[in-house]
Each structure stands twice: as C-alpha cells, then as structure tokens.
Design a protein around this ligand. Structure first.
Ligand code: FMN
Ligand code: ATP
Length: 327
C-alpha cells in the first residue's frame, strides 16, 4: 500500500481508483465494510482501491486547545488499512481553508485525484458547514457513488464515538466486538519504582503512552504485549497502586514467561478483558498472592479468546505469537 500526502491545491498525478472516504478512527467493523466494498469494486473495474482520509483531525483544527483522544493514531490506521486489501492511502491535509470548500469544489478535488467511484456511509457529510451529504454526492457529474447502509450492533450504528467511551469505561470486550479486534495503545517502556521486581518478585514493564490514545479505565486487565514483532500474553494494571499510595496513574504489564530487559523499547499493550478493580491491600504479601492469582486468571482469559487474539496479531504483523505458548 502506498501512502500519499495531498494538499488539495496541488494534487499530484495519481492513478484512477475506487475510493472510500472518511476519518476512519479505529477502522471498526463499519469502516471495514466500506473498505471491503471499495476493494471489491476496484477488482471488478481492474483499477486501484484507495482510502481518502484527513489529517490532522478536523476537531484538532477547530479546537486546538482541547485534549482530543483517538482509538488509533494515523500510523495505526495506515497499518490496519494494509490488511484491508487497499492499494493507496490518501491523506488530505485538513485546514480551516479546506473545511470551507464549497460542495462543488470538494467534488472537483476528488475528481482531480482521479476517484472513479466513491464508497461512503449513509451519514457521510463534507464541505463547508458539513453541507454536503450522500444526495449531493450522488448528483455530482464526475464519479459514481456507493452508499453503505448503517452497519449496526444491537440496533445502533457502530461508530468511533461509541467505541471510545466503552474503552474509557473499561468495557474493552464490547469495544473489541465493535472493532473486530482487541483495542491497543502504543508507547515506550519507562522506569517504574522497581517494587515489582524487588519486593513482589513480579516484574512489570511501565508504559509511557503516546498521548493521543483513549486510556482504558483504571483496573486490572488480561491482555497482550507486543515487543518488536513478538506477542506475549500479559496482565495489565492501570492505576495508582493504592497499596503503595502512588500519586500518579501508571500503566504497567507483567508479561507471561518473559524475562528480558526492554527499557526504552517501543511496545504495544492490548486490552482483552477487565478482570477486576484495583484494590488497596493490607500487606505486600496479600497483593502478591492476588497477583499470582491474576496471572492464572489472565492465562485462562487468553485461552478462551484465542481466535480474537490471532485476528489481532495478524492485523499488527506479529511474527511470533507466544500467547498460550509457554517459553
Ligand atoms: C496485573 C497487576 C495488578 C495489580 N493490582 C494492584 C492492586 O490491586 N493494588 C495495588 O496497589 N497495586 C496493584 N498492582 C501494582 C503493583 O503494586 C505494582 O506492580 C508494583 O507496585 C510495582 O510497581 P513498579 O513497577 O512501579 O515498581 C498491580 C500490578 C499488576 C501488574
Ligand atoms: N457503522 C457504520 N455503517 C456504515 N457506514 C459507516 C459506519 N461508520 C462509519 N461509516 C462511514 O464510514 C466513513 C468514515 O466514518 P467516520 O470515521 O468519518 O465517522 P464514524 O465512524 O461514523 O464515527 P463517528 O460518528 O464517531 O465520528 C463515513 O463515510 C461514514 O459514513
């Protein structure tokens, strides 16, 4: 898949393609349906398939002072799209000027990009004051338009704005049902207080998370950690370690059957299921006993969700999957 950054005023020479259009945060099951349709139409027409998306996030452009979080960063969206049989990933630079384009000018930009067919959702809006919709798209003269009906779960549209609150409430299982894969966040391994190794004999990797992600609720999760191209089973804690009365919230994981120094490395934490709330224990040994129980519990959860783990591993190009394999 080729990634092309485009300024709408200077569109480079591009091949004809069947595009699907939107912001696509999370690339959830609704988005995946659009992408599959674009890929199928492109094959029929024997031309390329493309994604037409925007960066930065329109919300960031209009509200620069607000902290805006996402399910995926742009590089995550590119990575996932690679697995959706898409040939070209177009990133239109979003600005106030671009947002102010009249409907007709927006159509002309897509025409200049040689979009031959466009796939969009039933509620897609675009151009100045979001005045463009599927009707105006269908009426334009340049390309044919395929509108996808609402892809629902439980009678409600699957949307990024529905998934993010689920993640933030700790319901990562339901989030995975809507995404089609396990929610994850990326960052670097930072130094903790070393109590995990020294006092509890349960070493943990502390995550310095990329700030763009929606953080799951405080609690203890079964999940996975990706180190390089290897995936490990894990249990993850998000919280302030009340037994030790930390002042800040940390994100830390104990990886199953793992004993390597990974300080500073880029890693990804995957949240499969919330197992329990964080608790203040009366003694270190009571905490330690609970943590040993959590290790067994997380192994069981991983076994029960093997298909979901494998689907997720495939999306993120895992080369060695050690989940459910003792090293
Ligand atoms: C899966 C998991 C669950 C945890 N649960 C709790 C908990 O319920 N209460 C608590 O005070 N600390 C909990 N902790 C945090 C430990 O106290 C923490 O790992 C320890 O303080 C080591 O921190 P350090 O890496 O900063 O040294 C948990 C850690 C993990 C990995
Ligand atoms: N569940 C869905 N069913 C059908 N089409 C969808 C669905 N979700 C998104 N789309 C379409 O996918 C494209 C990209 O959607 P976009 O990311 O812009 O918003 P969204 O997923 O609807 O999320 P939100 O409403 O939270 O912003 C749009 O064309 C949109 O209409």
């Amino acid at each position: 898949m080729e990634v092309v950054h485009i300024n709408y005023k200077h569109v480079p020479a591009l091949p004809g393609s069947v595009g699907c259009i939107g912001y696509f945060d999370g690339i959830h099951k609704g988005h995946q349906t659009l992408m599959k349709k674009a890929a199928a139409l492109a094959e029929e027409k024997n031309i390329a398939s493309s994604i037409v998306t925007f960066d930065p996030d329109p919300w960031k452009v209009f509200y620069p002072d607000r902290k805006i979080t996402h399910l995926t960063t742009l590089s995550d969206r590119i990575k996932i799209a690679e697995h959706m049989n898409i040939d070209l990933f177009y990133i239109l630079t979003f600005s106030r000027e671009f947002a102010a384009l009249p409907v007709d000018a927006f159509h002309e930009v897509l025409h200049t990009m040689k979009i031959r067919s466009l796939v969009c959702g039933f509620d897609f809006h675009y151009a100045v004051h979001n005045s463009g919709n599927t009707d105006t798209l269908i009426q334009q003269p340049y390309f044919d338009v395929h509108v996808i009906d609402s892809i629902n779960e439980g009678n409600r549209k699957i949307a990024s704005s529905r998934i993010e609150p689920l993640v933030m409430a700790g319901d990562v299982e339901q989030a995975a049902r809507l995404l089609g894969y396990v929610y994850s966040i990326r960052g670097h391994v930072a130094h903790g207080y070393k109590r995990g190794t020294n006092l509890l004999k349960i070493p943990t990797a502390n995550l310095n998370m990329h700030p763009e992600y929606a953080l799951p609720a405080v609690g203890v999760y079964a999940g996975m950690v990706k180190v390089g191209t290897r995936l490990f089973g894990a249990m993850i804690n998000i919280g302030s370690n009340p037994t030790f009365e930390n002042e800040t919230v940390t994100i830390e994981a104990h990886l199953h059957d793992f004993n390597e120094d990974i300080y500073g490395e880029e890693v990804r934490f995957y949240f499969l299921k919330k197992m329990r709330d964080e608790i203040k224990f009366d003694s270190f040994s009571a905490l330690q006993k609970q943590l040993f129980y959590d290790i067994d519990h997380s192994r069981i959860v991983l076994k029960q969700n093997d298909d979901l783990v494998r689907t997720t591993a495939r999306l993120w190009d895992v080369k060695q999957n050690f989940v459910n394999v003792q090293r």
